[in-house]
Design a protein around this ligand. Structure first.
Ligand code: NAD
Ligand code: MG
Length: 407
């Protein structure tokens, strides 16, 4: 799902590299029709869904006009809209669904896939953050596996394999793992890791969307610059591994070679290392519990030179603290945090607010939600607070007439 995005295209590269292991049977995408048409011709899935139904004729035209590159080509079934996404997510011949849609838009399709008993390679972290209390019980009912594709959570998941409590560790469905003392999530520090708080006043969209180590979609790149991405990953880890928030730490590691660490009850620390390349965690989801042989470049620590670490600066990165406190609050609060963040980042990318307004608007919205807080939210509650938070952020941005000024 989200085949034309950063996670989607890397997933398709894996399918191309391992044709005897993986076959793409279904795909979904948003608006990038030329790339989607190319992907359809190459992978020949059984079914394709695009998020906007009225784009279907355009896609069909493109499929007629683009070259088949010498291959025989049978046009797949093409459907659209929210129902289309849900149909693809639960498509009969699929064993595993890679969720590479960005944002809370991935929630309903992911739930459809889980209800249909599919295993999930979870890249779309917003789904679990907004709706952990709804998603986890569904996993128990269907028996689906939630395999983390996020590099930090994959690192933790990999470190947990092969431990004496293997059976528990394998299931990342919120069950606490005996003997696991805590985890450290590593953070590159994002685009502004070497900027002072004063310099951040001048941050532009171009600055915020240039990641030093990873090539990712725009939204997550801005989340990395605010460190909200790491905050969201703390909540993701809480739900995936059944950890209390005081067991989850964050350390800035600018080289992005250690992807995260676990600490065991005897104080031993295990880490997973590799080049910063999302193909590895995606592949692990697809091959788990096996490992496949890849021709990918081996990690050479002499080439890396040094691995350094420092504590994150909470003054510079207020989003991180906002995420911890929404996570600790639990219930419907992470859904509000997530929606407020999505909307604030969209306003920033639209040049409607400044980079430093992002945490202010999120804090305002979370504070306002306290009086309508739901301790045990249903799916409808999650969807309602998501819409409410987006509306509040837009109203507040308008009311304050925050004017974006690019230097
Ligand atoms: P992206 O923006 O590159 O791609 C998003 C994909 O989702 C595109 O195919 C787009 O067409 C589709 N899409 C967007 N809005 C949609 C909607 N409303 N309905 C249906 N489809 C829609 O994003 P990305 O960087 O690939 O990130 C995808 C997800 O994976 C995010 O949740 C992100 O947090 C997570 N993730 C990404 C990376 C990475 O390296 N890119 C790493 C870890 C986690
Ligand atoms: Mg990550």
């Amino acid at each position: 799902m989200g085949s034309t995005g950063s996670i989607g295209t890397q997933t398709l590269q894996i399918a191309e590299e391992f044709p005897s292991q993986f076959k793409v049977v279904a795909m979904t995408a948003g608006r990038n029709l030329p790339l989607l048409a190319e992907q359809i011709k190459k992978h020949q899935p059984e079914i394709v869904a695009i998020s906007e139904e009225d784009l279907i004729p355009k896609l069909k035209d493109l499929l007629k006009t683009t070259s088949n590159k010498g291959n025989s080509f049978k046009c797949p079934q093409i459907i659209g809209g929210k129902d289309g996404l849900n149909t693809v997510a639960s498509w009969n011949s699929a064993d595993i669904v890679v969720t590479g849609i960005v944002g809370c838009a991935g929630l309903l399709p992911t739930l459809s896939a889980i209800k249909a008993g599919k295993d999930i390679a979870l890249a779309n972290k917003e789904t679990l953050i907004a709706a952990g209390p709804v998603v986890l019980p569904e996993l128990k009912i269907s028996g689906s596996q939630l395999l983390p594709a996020d590099s930090e959570h994959s690192a933790i998941f990999q470190c947990l394999q092969g431990t004496p409590w293997e059976e528990n560790a394998r299931l990342s469905t919120g069950i606490p793992t005996p003997g696991l003392q805590g985890i450290q999530l590593t953070a590159s520090g994002g685009a502004f890791r070497d900027w002072s708080i004063e310099e951040l006043q001048k941050a532009t969209i171009k600055d915020a969307t240039s990641h030093p180590n990873w090539s990712m979609g725009k939204k997550i790149t801005v989340d990395s610059a605010t460190l909200m991405n790491k905050g969201l990953e703390v909540i993701e880890a809480h739900y995936l591994f059944g950890l209390d928030y005081k067991q989850i730490g964050i350390v800035i590691h600018p080289q992005s070679i250690i992807h995260s660490m676990i600490e065991l009850s005897d104080s031993s620390v295990l880490a997973q290392l590799g080049w910063p390349d999302m193909k590895l965690p995606i592949l692990y989801c697809l091959s788990w519990p096996k490992r496949l042989k890849t021709p990918w470049k081996s990690l050479n620590l002499s080439e890396v030179g040094e691995l350094t670490f420092r504590e994150p600066n909470t003054k510079k990165y207020p989003c991180m603290e906002l995420a911890y406190s929404a996570g600790k609050e639990g219930g419907s609060m992470p859904a509000v945090l997530n929606a407020a963040n999505e909307e604030a980042v969209a306003l920033f990318l639209d040049e409607k607010i400044h980079f430093l307004d992002i945490p202010k608007l999120i804090e305002f919205t979370c504070e306002k939600h306290k009086k309508d807080f739901k301790e045990f939210p249903s799916l409808d509650d999650v969807l309602n607070v998501d819409q409410w938070a987006r509306k509040i952020i837009r109203q507040e941005a308008d009311r304050k007439k925050i004017n974006f000024s690019q230097e």
